[in-house]
Design a binder for this molecule. Structure first.
Ligand SMILES: [Zn+2]
Length: 181
């Protein structure tokens, strides 16, 4: 009897330790998995939570990479970005993304209506965070796109719209360069 009591007492003392050892690796494993794959990412800060909500509202799953790129793009400032620019900034901020992922994400954001694509020529595409109605000016010497208010441009002649079609928009890109001497 005395022996049994001793054994029980020893077990009771050991149980918490034993279960603690088993619980800790489980927690570590779960948090490591969450940070390494591209499943839903619940961001901690208010700004990142807003970005997560913005992606969900646009019908996009807020993966870690999408949240990282969206938080750079949609920080409240209107900008026209190239994929290369976004890739560089994302890398500098410590995000683990490839240039291909940046391209794919930019096109997904555009398809979801979060961005507007501006094609300057076959080698230069910019993505506009301002999806409101406006036109653009391209500064050839700087490889830069700037906004032109919609009321600064007047298009007073348009081709006939084919039967069964309707006009969606007229996007004007004004190209400029420094005057030649
Ligand atoms: Zn713009």
């Amino acid at each position: 009897m005395g022996v049994k009591t001793l054994v029980c007492g020893a077990l009771h003392k050991q149980l918490p330790k034993t279960s603690w050892i088993f619980i800790v690796p489980n927690i570590l494993e779960i948090s490591m998995t969450a940070s390494m794959d591209s499943t839903d990412f619940t961001a901690p800060s208010a700004a990142l939570t807003a970005t997560t909500a913005q992606l969900r509202a646009a019908g996009l799953r807020p993966t870690r990479q999408r949240v990282a790129l969206a938080s750079i793009l949609f920080d409240g400032e209107d900008r026209h970005v190239s994929a290369e620019w976004l890739y560089d900034v994302a890398k500098q901020s410590g995000a683990d993304v490839s240039l291909a992922t940046v391209y794919n994400t930019l096109h997904q954001f555009t398809a979801a209506g979060l961005l507007r694509e501006i094609t300057v020529d076959s080698t230069r595409t910019y993505f506009d965070t301002n999806i409101g109605d406006h036109h653009h000016m391209f500064l050839e010497h700087e490889d830069k796109v700037i906004d032109v208010p919609s009321n600064a441009v007047s298009v007073n002649r348009l081709p006939e719209i084919p039967d069964g079609m309707e006009l969606v928009s007229v996007d004007v890109l004004v190209r400029v360069r420094p005057k030649a001497d």
